[in-house]
Design a protein around this ligand. Structure first.
Ligand code: PLP
Length: 404
C-alpha cells in the first residue's frame, strides 16, 4: 500500500475508488502481499520443507482459504465450523490438524469421519473421548498431544498460551500418562507432539526455549513421534517501531533440533500469512470537539475490528487522501457503538480531517473480520480481494434482513 498522487493505493487501485463503488466500511486484502507472505514463509524454512497449516481462525473467509490452498498449504482448525470451512475451501483432509481445548464428541466424530491428518488433544479426558468415539467406529485415529512447555512467549498476556497458568496443553506428567494410555489403546495412533506458545511473537528466543523444552522431553520419553507441530505465533510489524522476528535464528534452532530428532515439522501460522494483507477502510461520520481533543467518529466500530478493544492492540491509521495540514488537537478515532472501549487509536498531529473523509486502518487481515460481531445489531462489512486493478467481492456486505 502506498500513496500515488496523494491517494492511498492498494496494488493498482485507490482506496477512494473502491469506497465509491462498494461503500464503507470495507475490508480489502492484497493478493500480491498474500502471495509474498506465503512464499517468504516457505523460503524461511525450505531446508526441511514443513507442512504449513494455515490457522483458519485468523481469517475464516472461504475465498481467502481457497487462495491459500492454491499454494499447497493445509489448515489448522479449532472448531467443527472451521473444519467445515477448510473442507469447503478444498483443503485436503490429509493436511488438516484440529486443535483446541474443548472439542465435543460431535466434533471429534466429524473429524474422524473426514479422516483428517491429526486431532491434537489437550487433555487426558480428551484422549479418552477420542478413543471412545474411534472405538465405536472401529477405527484407529492419528492424534497429537499438545504439550504446555511452560515457556514465556514474551507477548501480550492476553495472547500468551505456553505458560503453565494458561489453559492450553498438558504438563509433563499428563504427557507421560497420555503416551502410556495410547500405547495400550487399539484406537489411538499417537503420532504428534504439538506446541503453540502464543501469538504476535517478535523475539526468537522463546522459540529456542520451547524447542529446548521439547527436545528434553523427547529424550526422556523415548517415544517415536512422526510429527512435531510447532504451532504458529510469528509476529508482524504493526508499527514502525516493532522489531522483526528473526526467522534465520528460528530456522537454525529448528535445524539443530532436527539433528537430534528425526521428525517432520508442522507449522500453524495465521497472522504472519494474512495479517498485513488486510485494510479496513472507514468514513468519518462526525467530528466532535471536546476541548482538549477531537473525536473522529467513524462508520467502523469495535464490532468490525475488535483487537483494539479486546487487547489494546494498535493499528496504523492513515488518511486515504493525503494533505500537509496538521491538526493542532489530538484526534481520537472512535466508532458509533455504545461502549467506551469502542475506540481505535489516539493520534497527535494527524492531518486535518473533515466529515466524510476516509481513513484506512492497516494490518487487519488477521483477527479482524474473524473476530467481528453483530453487536448493536450492526451488519458485518463487505470483504474484497484486490489483484492489481481488479476487485473481487469475497463476502457480501451483510444486510439487516439477514439479522432481523
Ligand atoms: C491461534 C493459533 C495459531 C495461530 O497463531 P498466529 O499467531 O495467528 O500464527 C496456531 N495454532 C494454534 C493451536 C492456535 O490456537
Amino acid at each position: 500500500m502506498r500513496y500515488i498522487n496523494k491517494k492511498l493505493t492498494i496494488e493498482k487501485i485507490s482506496l477512494q475508488k473502491i469506497a465509491k463503488k462498494y461503500g464503507t466500511p470495507f475490508y480489502s486484502y492484497s493478493y500480491s502481499k498474500l502471495k509474498d507472505n506465503i512464499n517468504n514463509f516457505k523460503k524461511n524454512f525450505k531446508s526441511f520443507s514443513p507442512l504449513i497449516c494455515f490457522a483458519v481462525k485468523s481469517n475464516t473467509n472461504v475465498n481467502i482459504i481457497r487462495e491459500i490452498k492454491k499454494f499447497g498449504l493445509g489448515a489448522d482448525v479449532v472448531s467443527i465450523g472451521e473444519l467445515m470451512m477448510a473442507l469447503k475451501a478444498g483443503i485436503n483432509p490429509n493436511k488438516i490438524v484440529f486443535s483446541g481445548v474443548g472439542k465435543t464428541s460431535n466434533e471429534i466424530s466429524f473429524a474422524i469421519d473426514k479422516n483428517i491428518l491429526l486431532i491434537n488433544a489437550e487433555s487426558l479426558s480428551e484422549i479418552k473421548e477420542i478413543n471412545k468415539v474411534a472405538k465405536s467406529k472401529n477405527k484407529k485415529i492419528r492424534v497429537g498431544v499438545r504439550l504446555n512447555p511452560n515457556t514465556d512467549a514474551k507477548t501480550l498476556s492476553q495472547i500468551s498460551t505456553g505458560k503453565k497458568e494458561n489453559k492450553f496443553g498438558v504438563n509433563k506428567n499428563t504427557f507421560n500418562e497420555i503416551i502410556k494410555y495410547s500405547k495400550n489403546s487399539k484406537n489411538i495412533d499417537l503420532k504428534c507432539l504439538s506446541v503453540h506458545i502464543g501469538s504476535q511473537i517478535l523475539d526468537h528466543k522463546p522459540y529456542e526455549k520451547m524447542l529446548e523444552a521439547v527436545s528434553q522431553i523427547l529424550n526422556k520419553v523415548r517415544y517415536k513421534f512422526e510429527f512435531i507441530d510447532l504451532g504458529g505465533g510469528m509476529g508482524i510489524s504493526y508499527s514502525d517501531k516493532n522489531k522483526k522476528l528473526n526467522y534465520k535464528k528460528y530456522n537454525s534452532a529448528i535445524l539443530k533440533f532436527l539433528k537430534r530428532h528425526k521428525v517432520k515439522i508442522i507449522f500453524e501460522p495465521g497472522r504472519s500469512i494474512i495479517g498485513d494483507t488486510g485494510t479496513l477502510v472507514s468514513k468519518v461520520i462526525y467530528i466532535k470537539d471536546s476541548g482538549r481533543k477531537k473525536f473522529i467518529i467513524l462508520d467502523a466500530a469495535m464490532n468490525d475490528l475488535m483487537r483494539p478493544a479486546l487487547y489494546g492492540a494498535i493499528h496504523r491509521t492513515l488518511p486515504v487522501t493525503k494533505s500537509n495540514i496538521r491538526s493542532k488537537k489530538p484526534y481520537e478515532f472512535v466508532g458509533p457503538i455504545c461502549e467506551s472501549t469502542d475506540k481505535f487509536i489516539t493520534l497527535k498531529k494527524f492531518q486535518v480531517l473533515k466529515e466524510k473523509d476516509l481513513v484506512a486502518i492497516c494490518d487487519v487481515g488477521a483477527y479482524g473480520m474473524s473476530l467481528s460481531s453483530n453487536y448493536n445489531l450492526r451488519t458485518k462489512p463487505i470483504e474484497l480481494l484486490i489483484k492489481e486493478s481488479k476487485v473481487k467481492v469475497i463476502r457480501k456486505r451483510q444486510k439487516h434482513k439477514d439479522l432481523i
